[in-house]
Design a protein around this ligand. Structure first.
Ligand code: IVH
Length: 676
């Protein structure tokens, strides 16, 4: 048996931890170190040595434990106590004026509003929970209601304190912030990856997101991730101050890094001046921002203003205009999509614009191409905003070299040689070789296998290319005839991955009717339309026997889509593929009728707490009562569901204690077949 640690050792360990936390804070949060790096490293080494001698002293929030954890098997889900919302955007001065006017009208005041302004950081949102000052959970935003548990990676970020400083912090604190990568850190990381022949990231944001979504914390630890906090969503055991600016000051005092560029301003002139100021500073910032955020500073006023849809009324993001750059067109190629649509794509000399290196840009369709008259060899203005597909804005005619020629629509499909057709009045030209064109088949199969369709895990884009090129699959049903032996022979596959793929193919056979209809890739049938069709007809059989006029009866479906659906299902070769899919075991539970769906709530008791983003409490109550449910004002054991909105308080706590079934707004709406 080892001797327990003597008191002196315990004390020294505590001292070292405090010192390390303090210097970490000076370095990463204040950007103002007091001691040289070598002295800091020595403190960590000393602590490590003592912890090695006395392992019982190791705690999860010890500074030596940032990369302590083993890889996780999968990401657990984390339900956000308070939903993570998004922001409305303003793109012009006028839109900012309108925002300020709306705020003053709602607050019924003429006076200038006090706003807190912050840069809009271009990273990804995270929510961190500290319990008794110790980091407990770090989660991604996810769909706003439920995110992924990435605590193991969040812990590796040096600017995230594992323990809060001081002692004025709440017992439980949920803070919100943005994880990002500095531009220099990103470039350095890509340089190293390139040298090793590894994958490079397109921009710092994707690199930060990719790093955070790793199962092995050692990977995240090796990436230059940083964090800035921009708000507190929940506090228990201590009151937060009454102004957003004061909340940020409190976060700072607890060791949580906030942006040094935040300012309190008065009125709309203050907002616009801040925008100009940050726009001028932007090229000198260490990290990417895509605009600024204005928030009403008073939290009481924020509560009064509330929310609409997914965004608060008390805040807005004022975005910078899309960036433009000049580059040259090397080639113009035609890409063939799932429905045979030909899209002209410009291959460009790579250029850095809007935070990424761009070498392709869409030219949309033949009409756009003609209008802009983009030619091979042209110098063009390229625009890219955020994650939007880059686009050629115009040609700089003065720079056009001699002997260029206008691009023409090809007569034959570049992938299969079939005729290209363009219907009267349509902008889009299509390859007519629906059943022979490998490009169309590949896109059809990719869509069929995709996450929102049949969700065949592991059936990536490159694999589909191989499978089609080798003639292994000729239509979607062919997926389910694939054998492990054949798959194992493919590039970068092996017996193990082949077996896994066969398993996920098997798993994907259990699906839902809306997903199946969506997966078929019928023109104009997106997820919402597929859902509407499934709800209306309830069985595939009924839909297949419906006339075009009957299909048009479905709410949200117009005559053109109805005709597409009808023609698709009647087409004999499509019908054969559908039959084969069902024969091979693709199945789904029966869709409940509208009446059945609504009966489910009969006699159930609901309690609503917090603010719902997309409907008022009265509206929510009406929905529940209309379907036979009851609404109660207080939580008890008899409560069936507690619907949790933003800023939920004591009722949520009680519901948690009673172990009641909680519903996010999304889940609640889904009971009624509605989306936010
Ligand atoms: S506040 C209810 N502040 O922008 C307010 N968000 O479009 C929600 N973001 O998901 C967020 N910088 O990832 C806020 N200073 C800032 C921000 C910021 C970047 C991101 C965040 C959020 C998205 C909303």
């Amino acid at each position: 048996m080892k001797k327990p640690a003597p008191a002196a050792v315990r004390q020294r360990v505590a001292q070292l931890r405090d010192a390390i936390e303090h210097h970490n804070y000076r370095y990463h949060v204040l950007d103002d170190p007091e001691i040289p790096d070598s002295a800091f490293d020595q403190l960590v080494r000393d602590l490590r040595a003592l912890e090695q001698d006395y392992p019982e002293l190791v705690t999860t929030d010890s500074p030596t434990q940032r990369v302590g954890g083993a890889p996780v098997e999968a990401f657990a889900q984390v339900r956000h106590r308070v939903p993570m919302l998004s922001l409305d955007n303003a793109f012009s001065r006028e839109e900012v004026l309108a925002f300020d006017r709306r705020v003053r009208e709602r607050l019924e005041t003429e006076r200038a509003i006090r706003y807190l302004c912050e840069p809009k950081l271009d990273g990804l949102a995270v929510s961190l929970t500290y319990r008794h000052g110790s980091l407990e959970i770090g989660a991604t935003r996810g769909d706003g209601a439920v995110g992924e548990d990435v605590t193991h990676n969040i812990r590796t970020i040096q600017s995230v304190p594992l323990r809060l400083a001081g002692n004025g912090f709440p017992e439980v604190l949920d803070v919100r912030g943005e994880v990002l990568m500095s531009i220099a850190g990103f470039q350095e990381m890509n340089r190293r990856a390139e040298a090793k022949g590894e994958k490079v990231f397109v921009n710092p944001r994707n690199a930060a997101a990719g790093s955070l979504r790793q199962l092995d914390p050692r990977l995240a630890a090796s990436r230059p991730l940083e964090v800035f906090f921009y708000g507190a969503a929940f506090a228990e055991g201590a009151r937060l101050p009454g102004r957003h600016s004061e909340v940020l000051a409190a976060l700072r005092s607890w060791g949580l890094r906030t942006s040094p560029e935040t300012r309190v301003v008065e009125g709309v002139e203050g907002l616009l001046a801040y925008y100009e100021d940050i726009a001028a500073k932007r090229p000198k910032l260490r990290y990417q921002i895509d605009g600024v955020v204005y928030k009403v500073d008073s939290l009481a006023e924020q509560r009064e203003l509330g929310f609409i849809a997914r965004a608060p009324r008390w805040a807005i993001a004022h975005k910078f205009p899309a960036e433009e750059e000049v580059t040259k067109v090397r080639a113009i190629e035609w890409q063939v999509g799932r429905t045979g649509a030909l899209t002209p794509v410009a291959r460009l000399e790579p250029v850095f614009v809007g935070g990424a290196t761009v070498s392709n840009a869409t030219l949309h369709n033949i009409d756009e191409l003609r209008r802009k008259d983009v030619r091979v060899g042209d110098t063009v203005v390229l625009r890219r905003a955020g994650d939007v597909i880059p686009e050629v804005v115009r040609v700089i005619l003065e720079k056009r070299p001699p002997a260029t020629r206008s691009e023409r629509l090809p007569d034959r499909c570049p992938a299969c040689g079939s005729d290209v057709e363009r219907e009267e009045g349509e902008a889009v030209a299509r390859c007519t070789g629906a059943l022979v064109c490998p490009a169309q088949l590949k896109e059809t199969l990719r869509h069929f296998a995709s996450r929102r369709a049949m969700e065949i895990e592991g059936m990536g884009s490159k694999l589909v290319d191989q499978i089609v090129d080798q003639g292994l699959v000729k239509d979607a049903a062919g997926f389910y005839r694939l054998r492990a032996e054949a798959l194992a022979e493919l590039d970068r596959m092996g017996e193990k991955s082949a077996a896994k793929l066969v398993q996920s193919l098997e798993r994907s056979k259990t699906t839902t009717l809306p997903r199946f209809l969506f997966a078929l890739g019928i023109r104009d049938v997106g997820e919402a339309t597929a859902e509407a069709l499934a709800r209306h007809f309830r069985t595939l059989d009924r839909l297949r026997h419906a006339t075009a006029a009957e299909i048009e009866d479905v709410p949200v479906i117009g005559p053109v889509t109805a005709a597409h659906v009808h023609a698709f299902l009647r087409e004999p070769r499509n019908a054969r593929v559908i039959d084969a899919l069902v024969q091979l075991g693709v199945h789904w539970p029966e869709m409940p009728s509208v009446e059945e769906a609504s009966m489910e709530l009969g006699g159930k008791t609901f309690v609503l707490t917090g603010t719902l983003a997309s409907l008022s409490r009265d509206e929510a109550g009406d929905l529940i009562r209309a379907r036979g449910g009851k609404v109660s004002g207080s939580v008890s054991r008899k409560t069936d569901y507690v619907v949790v909105g933003a800023d939920a308080g004591s009722k949520l706590k009680k519901a948690g204690e009673l172990g009641l079934r909680l519903l996010s707004e999304e889940e609640f709406l889904a009971l009624f077949g509605r989306k936010r």
